[in-house]
Design a protein around this ligand. Structure first.
Ligand SMILES: [Zn+2]
Length: 66
């Protein structure tokens, strides 16, 4: 599976991969494990906290989540 989800409607930090796309946690301020969940419309990799997206992330990320 090579497809990556394109996630739209993100804030700037979310789109830059600096904040959770689900809860908006600021990864520059909050140390929380996070996993790639797809890409923004600009092609940047975006992330969600492991607690925010679990099985959904595993599917979206093609099994990258551990
Ligand atoms: Zn989150």
């Amino acid at each position: 599976m090579s497809g990556e989800a394109i996630i739209t409607g993100l804030t700037v930090p979310q789109g830059d991969g600096l904040a959770c796309v689900v809860c908006g946690a600021d990864y520059l301020r909050v140390r929380v494990p996070h996993v790639p969940v797809g890409r923004s419309v600009t092609g940047s990799q975006v992330f969600a906290c492991v607690g925010c997206r679990r099985d959904d992330v595993r599917r979206a990320a093609g099994g990258v989540l551990r």
